[in-house]
Design a protein around this ligand. Structure first.
Ligand SMILES: Cc1ncc(COP(=O)(O)O)c(C=O)c1O
Length: 467
């Protein structure tokens, strides 16, 4: 059977055509499971996959005509919804002029324009931008930049970082080494550089700050201060390793501690940035009175929503202090340089995405979604299998005591038309900011249905992180 594109619309209602499509779909899916690795999944014998055909706004359409609300913004990047026409048009226009040119020895208008937009959009003082190809690479760059900064100051022994248990910073070796040491990357310990870890902050986002929560970080930093280049954390929202929301007071204490010992602070805003937790960046939750009064990092990482989920691109952004120190040293070049750095198509997408962030009132949209998520999810605390409910901005999490089976989750997805991607015991939503109230209600209904499913029997030796 030849592989080809589907023509579902034309053949809708025609039984023979539907049969043909099903056959074609099976051929494609068989090839897929024979040859294509998927994230955190076995090559073969995985639960059924959907064959995505197109995606617009909040909805992904599959080859067999299912319409699924993307309740996880395709892993948290699709802030404006799928295929925002402004972004699609910007990529198309740029593709007619120049798809790519090396950034070594060349620069180009899309990179400069995106840089200008970012300088205006990012917190003041964070304005030295290194474009990277993905979030993980932006984290690698941040860690290297911190080490190079200390080296520039004549402190080459400061080459370790401190990170938080329960954190997630990506899947490359350097980023894995900064993620939860007992999490999904345990298998690769042997190839990871060694860093130090403080306990996960326990004080909840919405409770009063409890200073004892900072003791572990203080102890680790004081013990190893002369080896430490930087502390890295996801501000307020620890995503990929536990969907946890912690108190902003922690970040204020962290800023003071880093300043005391000449240690840099790296905030990984790859998941939390661009309004996901309410304000433009999660660090802004540390503001006391006016919105300018919040703690700032020395280096920050952004990604995901930067291009509105259209093309992979991220950035590591340094303060003037960091950039000047490196620039005025014996090795003035920052020692990193990916092939696709500042890819013009990605820059064009980033410019269009930032224009949408500037022109739309996402702070209000996210506040609306937050209210709706709270109203729908808080009552789920009473479910027998519920361990916790957490909501902040456009993030809603139902933590279960035990996870249901993949088959049961699939059934709920098909029944409700809501695409959810629970992991471990976390059933969560991070919808696009254009998601309507009615769609949020549907998403929450699907979360509730998953919360009501029977917990799956625990299979000995099964790794809970894979599909
Ligand atoms: C906080 C954080 N940092 C880094 C990454 C890695 O980004 P990427 O998957 O683009 O490499 C992620 C991805 O989920 C993330 O949530």
């Amino acid at each position: 059977m030849p592989r080809g594109t589907f023509n579902y619309e034309k053949s809708r209602g025609n039984a023979r055509a539907i049969f043909y499509i099903a056959l074609q779909m099976n051929t494609l899916l068989n090839f897929d499971s024979e040859h294509l690795w998927h994230p955190y999944a076995a090559l073969k014998n995985t639960p059924a996959r959907f064959l995505a055909k197109s995606a617009h706004g909040t909805t992904i359409e599959t080859a067999d005509g299912l319409k699924l609300i993307d309740a996880v913004s395709s892993w948290w990047c699709m802030a404006h919804g799928h295929n925002a026409p402004e972004i699609v048009e910007a990529i198309r226009k740029q593709s007619e002029k120049m798809c790519h040119v090396m950034f070594g020895g060349f620069t180009h208008e899309p990179a400069i324009e995106l840089g200008e937009k970012l300088v205006n959009f990012l917190p003041e003082g964070l304005n030295k931008i290194f474009f990277a190809d993905s979030g993980s690479i932006a984290v690698e760059c941040a860690a290297k930049m911190a080490v190079q900064y200390q080296h520039s100051l004549g402190r080459p022994e400061r080459c370790k970082l401190v990170a938080l248990k329960g954190g997630y910073h990506g899947d490359t070796a350097g980023a894995m080494a900064l993620s939860d040491p007992d999490g999904m990357h345990v298998l690769f310990r042997g190839i990871m550089p060694h860093h130090y870890f403080a306990e996960r902050p326990n004080c909840r986002f919405d409770s009063d700050w409890d200073d004892s929560d900072f003791a572990s970080m203080e102890r680790v930093v004081e013990e190893h201060k002369n080896e430490i280049a930087a502390v890295i954390c996801e501000p307020v929202f620890q995503g990929g390793n536990g969907m946890w929301l912690y108190n902003a007071g922690y970040l204020k204490r962290l800023r003071e501690l880093c300043d005391r010992y000449g240690i840099l602070l790296i905030l990984d805003e790859i998941a939390s940035g661009f309004y996901r937790t309410g304000p433009r960046f999660a660090m802004m939750h540390t503001a006391t009175q006016d919105c300018a009064d919040f703690i700032k990092p020395d280096i920050m990482c952004i990604g995901k929503a930067l291009t509105g989920g259209s093309i992979t691109m991220a950035a590591c952004v340094a303060s003037e202090k960091v950039a000047d120190t490196i620039t005025n040293s014996k090795i003035p070049a920052f020692m990193h340089g990916p092939t696709y750095m500042a890819n013009p198509l990605a820059c064009a997408a980033g410019i269009a995405s930032l224009s949408l962030f500037e022109s739309r009132d996402y702070a209000s949209s996210v506040a609306r979604i937050e209210k709706r998520l709270k109203a729908n999810l808080e009552p789920l605390r009473s479910l027998e299998n519920a361990a916790d409910v957490r909501v902040l901005g456009a993030i809603g999490v139902l933590e279960l005591k035990a996870k249901p089976s993949a088959d049961d989750i699939l059934k709920v997805i098909k029944e409700t038309g809501v695409w959810l991607r629970p992991f471990c015991n976390y059933v969560y939503t991070m919808p696009p900011f254009i998601t309507s109230d009615a769609e949020v209600d549907r998403i929450c209904e699907a979360i509730k249905m998953i919360g009501k499913c029977e917990p799956a029997p625990i299979v000995d030796g099964e790794d809970e992180f894979h599909e």
